[in-house]
Design a protein around this ligand. Sequence first.
Ligand code: GLP
Length: 267
Amino acid sequence: MQVIVCDQPDEATELAANEILAALEKKPDLVLGLATGSTPIGIYSRLVRAHQEDKVDFSRVRTFNLDEFVGPPSDHPRSYRSFMRKHLFDGVNVNEGNIHFPPVEGPALRDKCRDFEATIRDAGGIDIQILGIGRNGHIGFNEPTSSLASRTRIKTLTEKTLLDNSRFDREKDSTQKLAPTLAATAGIGTILDARRIMLQAFGRAKAEAVRVSIEGPISSFWPGSALQLHDDVTFYLDLESSALLTMVDYYRQVRKNAQELEERGLM
Ligand code: GLP
């Protein structure tokens, strides 16, 4: 586990976006696991800029979103499909057929969730999974007490998550209000299968979730703590979200050493 603490969220976002662009250069048919929420918007706007200014090609990229609400139509302004269109898909030349979301339309949702997993496997697995984290430690929509081995399935959202989500409703007029209580989400096991995981968390509200995810015991009560089981995960933090960590000096030293080894050509 690598922990990168930046003075500002922008700096952390720049690092994460640059890593994705470098991976894309090496592997044009990169398989990306995508997250929604306000946190990854900065990454997406940098990818869009790179496509528009530097002609970075997304035509062979495959994407798998983590989650989607059950209930609202896919073109509802609050659906995660709409979110992704607005912040990424409409700005790059990703192929419509290469975009995947967990299933939210029945019948046979359980079977369709299995198919979603199979589609990820057929694509060769996720190369880079982008993640945010909820205040209660959820990743994707894996709420507290989700099995650490869970796969794609339908989850009931907690009150805390519903409350956090309602802030988006306030931005819209009343006819567009939405209060979904169910969502389809990739499981914690699905997330842990990704080859590389990049989690970003910014702001004081995330500090407790960040602390337990990195330094706390592994527990289904804090789903982010399952990431301790992954061998290639990086937390990109700002000063506020890292405020409760007890070993920040050590994480800074680890990063400095890694950079030195890199410069000396030893890595
Ligand atoms: C939602 C998403 C998560 C996201 C979380 C945090 O619940 N399902 O994937 O990490 O919100 O959102 P934000 O980045 O806006 O704090």
